[in-house]
Each structure stands twice: as structure tokens, then as C-alpha cells.
Write a protein that binds this ligand. Structure first.
Ligand SMILES: [Fe+2]
Length: 260
């Protein structure tokens, strides 16, 4: 596609026929995200499976409201820690919207330099799209399973966990050990292929994220999740996480799978 010598395309502009990144961030306005990608649609299905999730945001992922956590007295998780963490989450929502708008713009993609698996602007957009998307969805599942009273699993999920791990206590030990091993996330989820519970570890939002898995318990172990309250003492944070885990929410996620 032939471009004008000087033309603005999203966050990029053509200057003397060369595509460059604009210095200032534009209000996306008319470039708002269009149809969901297949990946986003899958994530929305996962989001819908999460208990308490709002109706699917058609065409655009919108920020969910977790401000209720700020007024909950959570032992080992201060309102300041949660507030800072929520701001990071909001940033992923914003970036996902921005990246989606760029990828939905055929005028822009036609102008991007040659596709290349070592480096290309399109490659960068595709990678960061899944980083931002998973950053949104996993944080929603994480904040969604916080604010409870901890203790043991309940109902059908309790039975499934005890059947798999031997006891709730062994599950807790395994969850905390997994949390010490990873740099990003621990996802205890239902694998829709082999119909059983697995524990998965991720070092980043989009690094080793399991396909076809519905998250049940989502644990954020990025340092930003606990540095304000616990410094580098991750063990103390993991103790705080399980004390504030909402087993009612996790149980509803599990029950929703059975109904589906
Ligand atoms: Fe986080």
C-alpha cells in the first residue's frame, strides 16, 4: 500500500516516507479495539468462567473494579500494597487496548518494516499483545481470589484437591513451594484435555502459559506483589496469600467447569 510522504498512523507516523514511532502517546479514539482475536476470545471465556466476573466485554477488554480489596483488612497485605498492584493491572488494560488498536489497523501493518523472527515491529506487537492480555486476565483472577478467609478448600474443589494432593495441607505446602520456584505466576488449574488438576509455573505473563487450562487458584509471585509489605521475604508473602485466599471464589470456578 502506498503511503503519503507524511502521515500519522496510530502511534506511528510516516516522515518523508519512513515509518517512525511518535514521541507522544495519542488518545486512541477512533482507533479503539475492533474484533477480538482468537487468543483474546479464549481469555474472555476463561474470564467468564471466573466466579463473579462481569459479562464479556464485547470488542474491548475493560478494567474490572477491585477497589473493595482496599478496605478489607487482609493480614500481611496492606491497602497500599494492593493499591500499587492495582495500578499495574490498570496499565496492562491500557496497553492491551493500545496494542490491539495497532494490530487492528491494516494501514499500519501494511507500513511496518519487513517481518522477521529476530526483530520486527510486528513481532514486537504480537509478543507484547499476549504479555498485556495475560497481564490483565491473570491479575483479574488473582485479585478475584483474594479477600477471603483462607483456611481449607471447600466443597467439590476440596474433594478434588485432596484426591490429587492427598490432603489440603499437602496442597498448601506444594503451592508455597511452587511459589518460591517461579518468577511470575503459579496457576493451579483444570486441564480440559486430561480432565484433571495441574499446577503450572510461569516466569512472565506470557512465558509458559498453559493452553486449554481453566485457572482455579492464581498466585502472583512477581516481586511487585509483595515488596512493599515484605521486602524480599517471599515466604512471608506466601503465608499472607494463603491466609487471604478466597476459597468460595475458587470453589465457584471449579463448580462452573462441572456445569459447563
Ligand atoms: Fe502482579
Amino acid at each position: 500500500m502506498t503511503r503519503e510522504k507524511n502521515e500519522v498512523i496510530g502511534n506511528y507516523e510516516v516522515v518523508d516516507g519512513v515509518l517512525t514511532t511518535r514521541r507522544e502517546v495519542l488518545v486512541m479514539g477512533a482507533l479503539a479495539a475492533g474484533a477480538l482475536t482468537g487468543t483474546a476470545a479464549l481469555a474472555q471465556n476463561v474470564k467468564t468462567a471466573a466466579a463473579g466476573a462481569p459479562a464479556v466485554d464485547k470488542g474491548e477488554i475493560k478494567e474490572m473494579d477491585f477497589s473493595g480489596l482496599l478496605t478489607k483488612k487482609m493480614e500481611g497485605l496492606s491497602s497500599n500494597q494492593i493499591d500499587q498492584h492495582l495500578k499495574l493491572y490498570k496499565g496492562y488494560v491500557t496497553k492491551h487496548k493500545e496494542i490491539t488498536a495497532l494490530l487492528d489497523n491494516p494501514d499500519l501493518t501494511a507500513q511496518l518494516p519487513a517481518p522477521n523472527a529476530t526483530y520486527a515491529p510486528l513481532r514486537e506487537l504480537l509478543i507484547e499483545q499476549s504479555f498485556a492480555l495475560n497481564g490483565v486476565v491473570y491479575h483479574e483472577l488473582y485479585f478475584g481470589n483474594l479477600g477471603g478467609e483462607g483456611g481449607d478448600p471447600k466443597g467439590n474443589l476440596k474433594s478434588a484437591i485432596e484426591a490429587h494432593f492427598g490432603s489440603s495441607a499437602k496442597f498448601m505446602d506444594f503451592l508455597k513451594a511452587s511459589g518460591k520456584c517461579m518468577r511470575g505466576w503459579v496457576i493451579v488449574g483444570w486441564n480440559t484435555r486430561d480432565q484433571r488438576i495441574h499446577t503450572y509455573g510461569l516466569d512472565m505473563h506470557n512465558m509458559w502459559s498453559p493452553a486449554g487450562v481453566i485457572p482455579l487458584v492464581v498466585l502472583d509471585v512477581y516481586e511487585h506483589a509483595y515488596m512493599i509489605d515484605h521486602g524480599i521475604n517471599r515466604a512471608a508473602y506466601l503465608d499472607a496469600f494463603v491466609k487471604n485466599l478466597d476459597w468460595d471464589v475458587c470453589g465457584k470456578r471449579f463448580d462452573a467447569i462441572a456445569k459447563a
